[in-house]
Design a protein around this ligand. Structure first.
Ligand code: TSJ
Length: 679
């Protein structure tokens, strides 16, 4: 731990200047779109979190300033400012103007320290990609500052006065020459900050959004927010369960073992799903690993032992299964160890076998103790697990009978499925289409060889509240599962998947968004493999059809619409917004009417611009639907990822869980963007 106690500037490795960063920003931050822009903020905040994890800071403030700049402040030791002997510059300047200078520094040697997964691109990269940056260091009673433009220092580091504080304040303005957009999403930032902060006990991160308040008519939605997250996984569990009906309060325990540090927090809810997140050195181990195995084993053992001891489980009763004791469970398991081994396909599985025993021992001991000390909660938890066990038996019986009846096994494909002719799953696609009329157009327009169409009628079952047995009884879901070919629950077999692309195609309205959310919930809960293996997609039908004379175009966003309008040099007088056509089941008639209308208008005035806003897929005829939305050569499909499974899960449970208040709150806060659910 030499770096901890006796830092000196010569330890910084000097590598190279920042020109390459501005030449090829993508190499350093992945991309120059919104994602890359957000990385800048993460990088700076990660530095402050590292200081906190090293035990030298406990408060971090992030400010989104009115002028578009971002300030990040910590109360740590302050970046060193002493002279670098060979570079003949202040260490601060070296850190912020030299590529990879940060690498050595505060890195290895400080125990279990690791913050974000993207960490390590370097604060100098942020500097290079900022039109302006300012570093202010409070250290040894003095304030030091240096300013930069596009990574170039404007003067030497200078001391500008005295201070009582300690810490580092970095302010930067991302460069509009580099980034496609400068708009930071508060939502996106908060999600990432939460993930980081919840895993670090004892730190508080505050966010202030002080960007320009919008015009007066928008005052209903003020953009001045204040957030503060307090670290600790118990707070994390509390956050995850916000929308749920809870059983007791979060239970948390921790222990330093010779193999590493173990922290566990858990809380049961009345939900049917489980939500267990595991981390090793702050890295989300989405594939689990030995720490998770140890946790599950201890949970099953402890709850059964407790239930037997207090005779809630009678002698003749079967033990509760591992699945029973995890129904409705939300838990976070966080371990820190010196040499983590990450294995598995995505290197997201902890391979250190010693962590099984470490976690198992801690949970066995501390959970048993907690339950003994809280008999009321203990009974409620066991009661919930017993319910799960009974439901499991009922579901098994129901499923067995479903299977006996051959509904799933007989593999009689549903009548309304228009299957494709190819039998090679890797080239086959299935479009799940909302409504029979759009289904009809899709069937006519599709490439029959590899595109299958399954129209879904009405609202499919709300799977968040439904159990497996009820779900299987629902005809729409049964059709879908049979069409996919993989079965469900314990008989699921992914190798039998009949289509490698599963495309959800719904209307661009509130109902469409609801059906899409329902389908995503179904996949998320029962077929996460499909999401993980990138089989699930969302179709992007156009929002507008635009015509000027003989020129017809489709616009998939308001930006695209506006771009076309300005290309056409159209101004307000030329605009002929076609009144939103009331939905007609017969798409062709609408089309003809429209064509006729357009011809008439053409005769009147060739420059008239005609814009039709599509409310439903049913307003497009078969050719239009194929050309705009289904043609593999031109369509856009959004791939659904598990990246943000936690966030998606919160949306699902908030919108569809049994608690009403958070749902109302969610819908109110997001009402303006509801057609654009970001999952
Ligand atoms: F790098 C940066 F600009 F991105 C940045 C660094 C941004 C922010 C908001 C904070 C920091 C930062 C760095 N906060 N605290 C530190 N600490 C050190 O750099 C530091 C201080 C003292 C010693 C020492 O051994 O005396 C060592 C280090 C690494």
């Amino acid at each position: 731990m030499a770096a901890e106690s006796s830092y000196n500037a010569s330890q910084i490795q000097v590598l190279e200047g920042l020109d390459p960063v501005r030449k090829r920003p993508g190499m350093y931050i992945g991309s120059t779109d919104a994602r890359g822009l957000h990385h800048l903020v993460y990088e700076i905040v990660d530095n402050a979190i590292d200081e906190a994890m090293a035990g030298h800071a406990d408060t971090i403030l992030v400010m989104l300033n009115a002028d578009g700049s971002v300030s990040v402040e910590d109360n740590g030791r302050g970046i060193p400012v002493d002279m670098h002997p060979t570079a003949k510059k202040s260490a601060l300047e070296v850190v912020l103007t030299t590529l990879h200078a940060g690498g050595k520094f505060g890195g290895e040697g400080s125990g279990y320290k690791v913050s974000g997964g993207l960490h390590g691109v370097g604060s100098s990269v942020v500097n290079a990609l900022s039109v302006y940056m300012k570093a202010e260091v409070h250290r040894d009673g003095k304030i030091y500052v240096q300013e930069y433009k596009r990574g170039k220092p404007q003067a030497d580091v200078k001391s500008i006065g005295k201070t009582e504080k300690r810490g580092t304040i970095i302010t930067f303005s991302p460069d509009d020459e580099i980034f496609d957009t400068l708009e930071l999403s508060l939502e996106t930032l908060l999600t990432r900050f939460r993930q980081q902060v919840y895993l670090t006990k004892g730190i508080t991160l505050g966010v202030m959004d002080a960007r320009a308040v919008r015009p007066v008519e928008d005052l209903k939605y003020p953009r001045l927010y204040r957030f503060a997250f307090e670290g600790g996984i118990a707070a994390y569990v509390k956050h995850l369960n916000e929308a749920q009906e809870k059983i007791g309060s979060p239970i948390a325990f921790e222990k330093d073992t010779p193999d590493g540090q173990v922290e566990v927090a858990l809380q049961y809810t009345q939900a049917f799903s489980e939500h267990v997140l595991s981390f090793a050195n702050n890295i989300h181990t989405s594939e689990g690993g030995h720490h998770l195995t140890g946790f599950k084993a201890a949970l099953t053992r402890t709850i059964n032992a407790y239930a037997r001891k207090f005779e809630i489980l009678k002698e003749k009763d079967e033990n509760l299964s591992a699945d029973d004791v995890r129904e409705g469970l939300t838990a976070v398991i966080s371990v820190r160890l010196r040499e983590p081994q990450f294995e598995g396909q995505t290197k997201a599985k902890l391979g250190n076998a010693e962590m099984k025993t470490a976690v198992e021992t801690v949970v066995n001991e501390k959970l048993a103790q907690y339950l003994e000390e809280h008999p009321g909660e203990g009974r409620e938890i066991v009661g919930k697990c017993l319910l799960a066990a009974r439901a499991r038996l009922a579901a098994r019986a129901a499923r067995d009978s479903v299977i006996r009846k051959g509904v799933l096994e007989g593999m009689t494909l549903p009548g309304k499925l228009a299957d494709c002719s190819s039998k090679d799953p890797t080239e086959c696609e299935i479009y799940i289409v909302e409504g029979d009329s759009a289904g009809g157009s899709a069937k006519q327009g599709r490439k029959r060889e590899f595109q299958a169409i399954l129209p879904l009628r009405g609202k499919i079952l709300n799977v968040e509240q439904a159990r497996l047995d009820k779900m299987l009884a629902n005809n729409e879901i049964k059709s879908l599962i049979i069409a996919l070919g993989i079965g469900v629950g314990e008989v699921k077999d992914m190798t039998k998947l009949r289509y490698h692309r599963i495309v959800i195609m719904t209307d661009a309205d509130v109902d469409g968004a609801h059906i899409r959310t329902l389908l995503l919930t179904l996949f998320f809960r029962y077929f996460p493999e499909l999401i993980e293996k990138s089989h699930i997609y969302i179709a992007q039908p156009p929002l507008y059809k635009m015509q000027k004379g003989k020129d017809t175009r489709y616009a998939f966003s308001d930006d695209e619409k506006n771009a076309t309008l300005s290309e056409w040099g159209a101004n307000a007088e030329d605009l002929e917004e076609v009144a939103e056509s009331t939905e007609t089941p017969d798409a062709a008639a609408t089309e003809e009417e429209q064509e006729a209308a357009t011809v008439k208008k053409d005769a009147k005035k060739a420059t008239r611009v005609n814009i039709q806003r599509y409310k439903g897929l049913g307003e497009m005829n078969a050719d239009q639907l194929f050309d705009t939305t289904m043609d593999p050569n031109t369509r856009t499909l959004l791939r659904v990822t598990m990246d943000d499974a936690e966030k998606a899960n919160l949306v699902f449970t908030t919108l569809m869980g049994s608690e009403v208040a958070p749902r109302r709150k969610f819908i109110q806060t997001h009402a303006r963007g509801v057609t654009n659910l970001d999952i």
